[in-house]
Design a protein around this ligand. Structure first.
Ligand code: BGC
Length: 885
């Protein structure tokens, strides 16, 4: 039976039982309740170190349930804590939560005694091309023999002997490069540690409780494999190596607490020895090449003969940039058993059934010395043969393994791929059961679900979710294959949808921290976070202006989307200074009449279908639309800034930014639009931006709506919007009494349109509406970009009916659009307060609507022409459809 009042979803720093934190904890929980109008009246938090109570908040009369800081005594390094909440409602219901946990990482200054160590491996000279023109023209292909240009990962080890039994052992480790750490032969490290951050300013270490591995005194060993990772591997659009440094380095410190009260320590230092081993190379993008015969078996166990190994070198990299991992680690969210296909050409291809980010694991029997190759791709060609759709430099997406025994087991450790299909070569016979596709992502809570009476929209929603999952590995990326870069604009347009699918707070907070680190002294925010130096070649060289409207605006739009969804103003506070500095740069460039902003380079309304069709050049979409798009985004972000400043009680700033937004609107309306509302270019996206940003006079607005509807009609009810305008397209139409056009576009199954991709069996959102042409030709686009999935927010809000009336959905407006053409829709959203659910159904004679709101939340429900205030609990309404708005 459901409890009358229940606490669930305990989180510390927005993570479930986080390990190794180094910040002051902030606690949150959610509430569920039976009955109506329940509000938390008071709460109490208790924190224990082992069995010892160290902090009791006492009874706090407040309805707050998130972001509550710990106020107890200073927390100790490497310690386990538990905590619990008691919550009482205004009607005397009470619940005591289960205990939740967190453990600390390093909580003290001057902790590190370990040395940074490097091998003496001399890396091959960098020969990657910097010719972006050649790359974009498809003239640069991946190297056929990557071993000629890539370096081997190094193996490092050291032994130590424990004299006494251990009570507790905690290991702290990080690297410049990616590391895999084993203790006595057991893998201890997280996947892809230490993940991807702005390494020079912010490098995260991982904390591992390894107590269980020390069951007896005696000899032990630590073995580490160190690969290039993001630090020195071939990353980004350009596929150029050594973006953050050339040589990989390792740092770890093992703290031992003996049962007799004594302490010990084992560190990375000059006692370590290194060698190369089974990995011929291991690159995140290119793939791995593992020769199992060369594996130094048992190198991470005591007693291994390392007499032929060489001593490591100590380096002085310092510890200032080192801090605790602040997001949940990358994990295997799902394992898929693939289908085996024999293509017309006779290739053996595994089909995962969905386009994912991850890798292929296998366990096969094959003659000794067999070289097995796995090449990953997102599509098959028109004839059903394997096609590598990812072009460019160092984008092989191919793993190779040479066997050393009659059976071989393989799981990649230093690479992952974006793919649905895997071409298997080297085996006389391929057996599907021998293979498992592992789906990787940064671990996060799933919190939203939308479904409705049209299976196509359900598939679309599933595809959007899958693209989000595939593009949230360490950092929010544009795509999981070609670039895997933290493109700011992609996240800016997708943020309102991202916050509905998953609790992205910790994940995006870390990314925003890197954004602060990457901000230039003049206030600019680079296009990609963490910044990738070789990105400069994309824009043709060393420009002073390295930011873009809509992209760099992510520094304002992403924190604001987080605040609106989760209600926690800390994210605004934390990033406010960055936002202001960015706006200062924008204002300074924009000049007195603000028009100079659009004269600089911007990506504009990137990838407008009609411009793409006629020019086949994405840069043309930028150049043709950047002026209008830049000014509109100036108004839009300035307006958000005004609202943010008001939330933070910065009245002067609020006034300033709202005025700036107003000035931008006036300039826009005077400069780019005729009195009758006609724009310089007949592009849907420009009209959408003008209307969504309220850039027009009333008279212009009427004309612009007319023009927009005409353009849509001429396009056969297909959209023609790019990156920056597509998030506003459907809402803008709905708001200007052109909802019919909005739904004709949404349900359009010709290209360009969301449902077109479904006709081709898409399982993710494509980068380009024409990724597969109507004649079945597969282009070299990415098939996994979440940006155009920004329509997800429209599904939840406009169709599902879930509108946040106050930040965090403390107050909700329930207003489904019953004229959307669907029979029913169902939306579940596990908000920061608890679970919200909306279900509506259209019958012949009536509409039925069921709403469930959690404790602490209230709502305003649109029932026909009426608006009804409700508290929380379960509500049911029936009303006649003809009086719905
Ligand atoms: C990326 C995009 C990104 C864009 C910049 C592309 O190569 O894949 O998603 O935002 O460049 O315009």
């Amino acid at each position: 039976m459901e409890a009358a009042y229940r606490i669930y979803g305990l989180r510390c720093l927005n993570r479930s039982n986080p390990r190794g934190i180094d910040e002051n904890p902030r606690f949150s929980w959610k509430l569920a309740g039976k009955g109506q109008d329940i509000y938390q009246k008071q709460y109490r938090i208790c924190v224990w170190e082992e069995e010892r109570l160290i902090w009791d908040s006492g009874r706090v009369f407040s309805d707050a349930t998130f972001g509550i800081p710990y106020h107890g005594p200073a927390l100790k390094t490497g310690t386990d804590y538990s905590w619990q909440v008691t919550s009482c409602s205004q009607n005397q219901a009470q619940d005591v939560s289960e205990k939740a946990f967190f453990s600390t990482g390093i909580m003290e200054a001057d902790f590190w005694r370990a040395d940074w160590v490097e091998s003496g491996l001399v890396k091959k000279p960098l020969t990657d091309t910097t010719d972006s023109g050649a790359i974009f023209a498809g003239m640069v292909t991946s190297h056929e023999h990557p071993e000629e240009i890539l370096d081997a990962p190094v193996y490092m080890r050291r032994e130590f002997c424990l004299q006494r039994p251990v009570k507790k052992a905690v290991l702290y480790a990080t690297a410049l490069g990616n590391y895999l750490l084993k203790l006595d032969g057991v893998q201890v490290s997280n996947l892809l540690a230490p993940e991807y951050t702005s390494y020079h300013k912010h490098l995260e270490y991982q904390t591992y409780d390894v107590t269980a591995l020390f069951d007896a005194p005696g000899p032990h060993a630590i073995g580490v494999i160190l690969a290039d990772g993001w630090y020195s591997g071939k990353i980004g659009l350009m596929g150029i190596g050594q973006q953050y440094g050339r040589d990989n380095a390792l740092l770890f410190q093992l703290e031992l607490f003996y049962e007799d009260g004594g302490r010990g320590r084992v560190c990375s230092d000059e006692q370590m020895r290194w060698n190369t081993g089974g990995y011929i190379y291991a690159d995140l993008f290119v793939g791995e090449y593992l020769d199992l015969a060369k594996e130094p078996k048992g190198f991470s166990e005591a007693g291994f003969d390392d007499s032929g190994w060489r001593p490591v070198k100590k380096k002085e990299y310092g510890y200032d940039m080192v801090c605790a991992q602040s997001v949940d680690p990358v994990w295997i969210v799902k394992e898929i058993k693939p289908q085996l296909i024999r293509t017309p050409k006779g290739e053996w291809v595994l089909d995962a059934g969905e386009n994912i980010c991850g890798y292929t694991r296998f366990s096969v029997k094959a003659p000794v010395g067999t070289e097995i190759s796995l090449e990953h791709s997102e599509v098959l060609n028109r004839d059903g043969n394997f096609l590598q759709n990812i072009m460019g430099q160092n984008k092989n997406q191919r793993d190779r393994v040479k066997t050393a025994e009659a059976s071989a087991v393989y799981e990649p450790k230093f690479t992952f791929h974006g793919f649905r299909y895997v071409k298997v070569e080297g085996l006389a016979e391929v057996c599907a059961e021998d293979f498992t596709i592992c789906v990787l992502t940064s671990r996060m809570d799933s919190i939203g679900r939308f479904c409705c009476s049209d299976p196509r929209l359900n598939q679309l929603e599933e595809n959007i979710f899958r693209s989000q999952q595939g593009n949230m590995l360490c950092v929010p990326t544009d795509c999981p294959q070609r670039e895997r870069a933290g493109w700011t604009g992609d996240m800016a347009v997708y943020a309102p949808t991202a916050v509905l699918h998953m609790d992205v707070q910790a994940f995006l907070r870390r990314w925003l921290k890197d954004m602060r680190f990457e901000q230039r002294s003049d206030g600019q925010i680079p296009h990609v976070i963490p910044d990738i130096p070789s990105n400069q070649y994309v824009n043709g060289g060393k420009e002073k202006h390295i930011s873009s409207a809509g992209w760099s605006d992510a520094c304002i739009l992403v924190p604001y989307a987080l605040y609106q969804a989760y209600g926690d103003a800390a994210v605004l506070q934390e990033n406010y200074c960055m936002m202001k500095r960015w706006m200062d740069y924008v204002e300074q460039c924009a000049g007195a009449d603000l028009c100079a902003w659009g004269q600089l380079f911007h990506f504009g309304d990137w990838l407008i279908p009609s411009i793409m069709a006629s020019t086949h050049n994405p840069m043309m979409t930028a150049l043709q639309t950047k002026e209008e798009a830049a000014l509109m985004y100036l108004a839009y972000t300035a307006n958000c800034m005004g609202e943010i400043a008001a939330v933070l009680h910065k009245t002067g700033d609020a006034e300033h930014y709202l005025r700036l937004a107003q000035r931008a609107r006036e300039t826009f309306s005077k400069t780019y639009v005729t009195k009758e509302g006609q724009m310089r270019q007949p592009l849907q996206g420009l009209y959408v931006l003008a209307l969504a940003g309220h850039m027009l006079t009333k008279e212009q607005e009427r004309g612009a709506v007319h023009q927009l509807c005409r353009l849509i009609e001429e396009a056969g009810d297909c959209l023609d919007t790019g990156f920056l305008s597509v998030p506003f397209l459907l809402d803008t139409l709905c708001e200007h009494h052109a909802g019919d056009a909005a739904y004709r576009i949404l349900f359009q199954d010709q290209r360009p349109g969301w449902l077109y991709a479904l006709r081709w069996g898409a399982t993710t959102i494509w980068e380009n509406w024409a990724a597969i042409l109507p004649d079945g030709t597969r282009t070299n686009s990415s098939y996994n970009h979440f940006a155009f999935g920004c329509v997800g927010d429209f599904l939840y809000r406009r169709i599902g009916g879930l509108w946040a009336e106050e930040p965090g959905y403390k107050k909700v407006r329930i207003r489904p659009d019953y004229r959307c053409g669907l029979k029913w829709a169902h939306t579940d959203y596990d908000s920061v307060y608890g679970s919200i659910s909306i279900h509506w159904e259209r019958h012949e004679q009536e509409v039925s609507l069921e709403v469930v709101l959690p404790p602490n939340v209230s709502g305003m429900v649109h029932v026909g022409a009426k608006q009804i205030e409700i508290g929380n609990g379960r509500y049911h309404f029936c009303f006649a459809p003809e009086i719905t708005e």
